[in-house]
Design a protein around this ligand. Sequence first.
Ligand SMILES: Nc1nc2c(c(=O)[nH]1)N[C@H]1C(S)=C(S)[C@@H](COP(=O)(O)OP(=O)(O)OC[C@H]3O[C@@H](n4cnc5c(=O)[nH]c(N)nc54)[C@H](O)[C@@H]3O)O[C@H]1N2
Ligand SMILES: Nc1nc2c(c(=O)[nH]1)N[C@H]1C(S)=C(S)[C@@H](COP(=O)(O)OP(=O)(O)OC[C@H]3O[C@@H](n4cnc5c(=O)[nH]c(N)nc54)[C@H](O)[C@@H]3O)O[C@H]1N2
Ligand SMILES: [Mo]
Length: 642
Amino acid sequence: MKKRNRAEHYDRLTHPLVRENGELRRATWEEALDRAAEGFRRNVAAHGPDTFAMLSCARSTNEMNYVGQKFTRVVMGTNNVDSCNRTCHAPSVAGLSAAFGSGGGTSSYQEVEDADVIIMWGSAARNAHPIFFQHVLKGIRKGARMFAVDPRRTGTAEWADRWLGLNVGTDIPLAHAVAREIIHAGLHNTVFIERATEGFAEFAASVEPWTLSVAEQVTGVPAAAIRELAHTYAQADRAQLCWTLGITEHHNATDNVRALINLSLLTGHVGRYGSGLSPLRGQNNVQGGGDMGAIPNRLPGFQDILDPEIRARFEAAWQTPIQPRYGRNLTEMLEGMAEGEVTTCYLIGENPVQSEADSLSCIKRLSMLDHLVVQDIFLTKTAQMADVVLPAGAAWCESDGTFTNSERRVQRVRKALVPPGEARDDIWILCELARRLGHDWRYESAEEVWNEVRGLSPAHAGMSYQRLADLQGIQWPCPSEDSLEPPFLHGRLWETDPAKRGRLAPFAVLEHSPPVDLLDEEYPLRLTTGRRLDSYNTGVQSSGFASPLRRGENIELSPEDAARLGVTAGEEVRISSRRGAVVAPVYIDPALRPGLVFMTMHFPDEVDTNALTIEATCPIAGTAEFKAAAVRIDRLVTTKAG
Ligand SMILES: Nc1nc2c(c(=O)[nH]1)N[C@H]1C(S)=C(S)[C@@H](COP(=O)(O)OP(=O)(O)OC[C@H]3O[C@@H](n4cnc5c(=O)[nH]c(N)nc54)[C@H](O)[C@@H]3O)O[C@H]1N2
Ligand SMILES: Nc1nc2c(c(=O)[nH]1)N[C@H]1C(S)=C(S)[C@@H](COP(=O)(O)OP(=O)(O)OC[C@H]3O[C@@H](n4cnc5c(=O)[nH]c(N)nc54)[C@H](O)[C@@H]3O)O[C@H]1N2
Ligand SMILES: [Mo]
């Protein structure tokens, strides 16, 4: 008997679609797969492998992401593969890699419960990471002091001992002032600095101008609060520094991340139990997607493509040459579309039409493609632009496999439901396309894929499905079947023997660089965008359900700005940036400071927030400045307003 699947009620995609005479129409799998494969083949044959680009699904399994990047590299012959990691934590990965040689968060969730100090920097974890936040709350109950650094007095800040309400885009000045204060008070960890780091003298000199009073002027945070944070963090025995998009969705995001890492190097709060650095990852498997190589610069196991020995191992296993250069990231893919260099795209579980900054420009670029294939569980706005739409199963309940969370813990997921209608597992679809392009791939099970991963990624080698089940998940690195690594990374930095200690962790010398979209008389307000508890990203997976919690898109204003503009709660107003304008009702929120406006990205069908955001991107990580646009607000002329 067929298992019933409630997902069928929610407008799930239930059969393939192909475009004919400008319209999408129903097709058989045979026809849709043939069309999809033929378009890829045609483009690559005409202009070479780098005309192809894939976005791989951060909501799907590790196994799917492994097969997805292998499809890109082996079947299509390019390294142009990326995911939504680019829009959120690519700067964290870049910053941590530069400092420590590995891009993962350093600590486990348990350590947060055992910390003396927890800093939530640019993170709305109370809403966006409720499971992690339970650990924070347990830590607070055990006596930890918590600081929240956020322009808004968020739900997270409500639980903090101290809220540091800084101006958007002033994180480097704040971190520099904290560092200077620690150094001037003699609270830096000279043993650790000496043993494990390099570049301290230059760094100390570079933060010297950032006195508490200069920082107070630039950041808006009172000097006493900066001083308190500096002293408390430096004097803690165990301190966790956690951050998310308030740090990473900026044009200088990798520098922001390095500024926080500097604080951990200064105090020795890394490489020990209870002390560490945690970028809380976004989508359920965005950590795993990157670990599996669904990024343009790394092979599975986060192994560098530029390393000839690593490449040789993969070339032997895959029987294919791998291009010895990095592929295009998501931002560069979009640029390539504009320049006619990327002409065909395979989007798996991504909705860039609504999630990219400056959405109008993104739509223009996607429409320049010769051939677009979208594989999703819903008919998204992006899928509506496709030449071929392939209906997938929802990985979290309709597939077997593994996910990896922010503490690098790999956990099993199991198929509980069958996909609705004719929808098929992501891996099945990838293999059918590979076969049409001359590669006879047949994976009998997710476990077979996983065992291939374990053979190629030393960090995952010891994680059999059996062990993952027995231990209820294992953190990487796990090099052998008998290894149980400590829950934190970089313990080596504390070794006294230089040979065991390995590469030193460099301090970074950084400049403050304010948001690109400048405030002026025409656009005098700072818009920052983010999340609410009751909705998910572009709303594809959350807006189809009625919820008494959900109030739709609002333009959230401080009481002061609302009074100044003469607008009342619920009134529809127009908000405009240098790129676009939308209309939405006002919501007055005392959590906002004057000059700051907040909107979500959750209701783009009604209000396209990303028509306002700016595509200024971090040159190192490619992440856009979603967190800082310059806007104006105008009342709509209504008869009532007279
Ligand atoms: N309920 C829910 N949970 C989610 C999601 C969802 O859509 N809904 N999405 C998931 C995803 S993909 C991600 S990446 C995570 C994101 O999780 P978070 O990063 O926590 O979420 P955001 O609300 O985008 O942004 C975090 C905070 O950054 C602050 N901020 C803005 N500008 C600055 C600044 O210049 N400096 C500092 N210090 N802070 C600033 C904002 O005020 C906001 O409170 O959430 C995940 N979890
Ligand atoms: N203004 C503004 N914009 C932002 C942000 C912001 O803070 N502000 N944040 C950015 C961030 S952090 C992120 S992560 C992006 C998110 O951007 P996207 O990833 O483009 O947005 P989602 O809504 O999460 O879309 C995920 C898609 O995956 C599909 N899907 C879910 N499960 C599966 C599966 O198992 N298989 C397949 N094939 N498909 C599946 C869903 O139906 C959905 O269409 O948005 C970015 N955009
Ligand atoms: Mo994200």
